[in-house]
Design a protein around this ligand. Structure first.
Ligand SMILES: Cc1cc2nc3c(=O)[nH]c(=O)nc-3n(C[C@H](O)[C@H](O)[C@H](O)COP(=O)(O)OP(=O)(O)OC[C@H]3O[C@@H](n4cnc5c(N)ncnc54)[C@H](O)[C@@H]3O)c2cc1C
Ligand code: SF4
Length: 340
């Protein structure tokens, strides 16, 4: 690991201003010399591997005392401070009862030790686990813009089939984000120019021809909170994750589903897909295909086929298309059958 300075954030505004000043104009925030750290489980991993080489780390944890570690659950929805630990949110009684898809997506992620340390803000901003991104001797457009993509014709079993480009096919690996995108969450951000709120669905960018620009955040931006609106669908919600082994593994395919039902007929469906796409993926065409229909297995399969209609596979990851479809069918039927 290279040498770096370590400072503790005194206020979100000063942290943000100072971090923005150290960045090159127009640079992607992940390439800036100053980086934030929260739980550190993703950042220190990539510093040790030489994938990230910040010269200054700003620890956001002192901001916990300024409301960034609070969970508020009320009639209008949920507010999750960005410094709330994954384990704390997964165990919160109101989240387990009223937003089960959120609790499950967190519980099925990583290990208990990592969840005790990792923050929700850091979780949604975790970087890909693409093996070629993690190993600095390989070309990678995300780590070293313009160098090429070793995964394209390499071992791409873990890689994405939705939202890919000719420059990058890396999967977005997180779980929690699929629940957030399905539930229309929003993100509160404080940046050098002040505060703003953006839809969670607008946070992550598909790779296009600049895979190193992963989000719409600007240098210095701090995520302060994630908000989730209340709705009749949040209690009937579920996260299904398929992985190589039963614990402690990233999703090969996952589906976050929230349903508003009239009997077995779908008033509205909300679907987030994980493990198969370059960003947290909202399957809106599949949602439309379900609306007004009685949800049985045939209808669920049709929606799943529509969800993957635009999928593009490479040599080793074609299995993700039928696997992703089956995962979604299972999630839809299990959500329909929930007792609430
Ligand atoms: C072995 C292993 C297995 C894992 N398995 C899974 C899994 O199955 N599912 C899953 O979802 N995750 C998994 N993870 C990832 C883990 O959940 C993330 O590492 C963790 O959530 C990141 O949170 P953190 O607080 O430690 O982030 P940090 O490492 O502190 O930060 C991550 C990034 O976010 C930025 N950042 C952090 N907080 C903020 C903020 N408030 N505002 C702006 N920028 C910020 C940092 O600058 C950094 O770029 C796994 C990790 C490991 C090591
Ligand atoms: S898929 Fe993306 S992250 Fe992986 S090697 Fe290619 S450019 Fe890099």
């Amino acid at each position: 690991m290279e040498r770096f300075d370590y400072t503790r954030a005194e206020s979100v505004e000063t942290a943000s201003r100072n971090a923005a000043m150290s960045a090159d104009a127009g640079a992607s925030p992940v390439m800036a010399a100053t980086q934030y750290i929260a739980g550190g489980t993703n950042m220190t991993d990539y510093m040790k591997l030489g994938v990230m080489r910040p010269t200054r780390l700003v620890d956001l944890n002192p901001l916990a005392l300024q409301g960034m570690a609070r969970i508020e659950a009320g009639p209008h929805g949920l507010r999750l401070g960005a410094l709330v630990r994954m384990a704390e949110a997964q165990d919160h009684a109101a989240i387990r009862r009223d937003y089960p898809v959120i609790a499950q997506s967190l519980m099925l992620a990583a290990s208990q030790q990592i969840r005790n340390m990792a923050s929700l803000g850091g979780n949604v901003l975790q970087r890909t686990r693409c093996e070629y991104f993690r190993e600095t001797s390989w070309p990678c457009n995300k780590r070293d813009p313009g160098s090429g993509c070793a995964a394209m014709d390499g071992v791409n079993r873990q890689h994405a089939v939705l939202g890919t480009s000719d420059a990058c096919i890396a999967t977005y690996h997180g779980d929690f984000a699929q629940a957030l995108i399905a539930l229309d969450a929003a993100v509160d951000v404080t940046g050098p120019a002040g505060r703003r709120t953006l839809p969670f669905a607008a946070l992550h960018r598909q790779p296009g021809d600049s895979p190193h620009v992963e989000t719409v955040l600007a240098p210095g931006d701090v995520i302060t909170a994630i908000t989730v609106p209340a709705g009749s669908w949040t209690r009937r919600s579920r996260y299904v994750k398929v992985r190589d082994r039963d614990s402690y593994a990233f999703a090969l395919a996952s589906a976050a589903v929230a349903l508003d039902l009239d009997g077995d007929t779908v008033r509205h469906a909300r679907i987030g897909l994980g493990g198969v796409a370059t960003v947290p993926w909202r399957a809106r065409e599949a949602e439309s295909a379900l609306e007004g229909r009685r949800l049985d297995e045939a209808v669920a399969r049709e929606a799943a086929r529509i969800a993957f209609a635009g999928a593009r596979a490479r040599e080793h990851n074609a299995y993700k298309i039928p696997l992703g479809q089956r995962t979604l069918v299972r999630a839809l039927l299990e959500t329909r059958d929930m007792e609430i």
